[in-house]
Design a protein around this ligand. Sequence first.
Ligand code: PGA
Length: 254
Amino acid sequence: MTRKKIVAGNWKMNLDYAEGISLFSEIVNIVRDEKKGDQLAVICAPFIHLNSLAKLGGDTVKIGAQNCHQNESGAYTGETSAKMIKSVGCEYVIIGHSERRQYFAESDELLAQKTVIALQNGLTPLFCIGETLDERNNGTYFEVLKSQLTNGVFGLNAEDFAKIVIAYEPVWAIGTGLTATAEQAQEVHAFIRKEIAAKYDASVADATSILYGGSCNPKNAAELFAQADIDGGLIGGASLKSRDFADIVKTFNA
Ligand code: PGA
């Protein structure tokens, strides 16, 4: 199995510039000293931090943005393009986080455009999908996830799809302290991999990293990451503490 193990932090709209530099420096130092495996550590920071962090992280901790605009450039006041993100040394971009879907009304179709522009600019999209609590409770979550995949990323050809990372983030588990159980998460990850195999083929599915996100912390990461189809995590709250984030990265130490 060739797929990458990835632990990506999502700082969201937290930390001013000095706080961000300070936390990131701590994370780099601990990860450099303590990481033993070939897992990748990534921090997705606010735009204002990216240029500096990309210079500090080296090969130890990669940098990602949390969003990009769907167009290459132009009169879009206040927006940031994939090309700009790439130009400061970022390698990743989160696309389709549920907070963007919910608070900024980002549709699957818009997210499909963002994914394409990110790939065209050499960024790796961390593409998020996930169901709400209602959708979990009324049993429609497989349909919801399938439609997010179909409309968001299954328009890509196999070559481009092979460059993206999927993050399964049940909305009811984000920032709530409620984590999906390892069984619940594994069930969905296996479903996602099966859908990828049906759309592309088994080798593409096998090579796709699928991360779990939603109240992942140093205590529950080991059980989650031990599941056959869970290849790492997208970490919100716990990525704001250097020790916690590094401990989650270390879950993959050989
Ligand atoms: P959380 O956030 O770890 O704080 O639940 C995860 C995310 O939103 O990516």
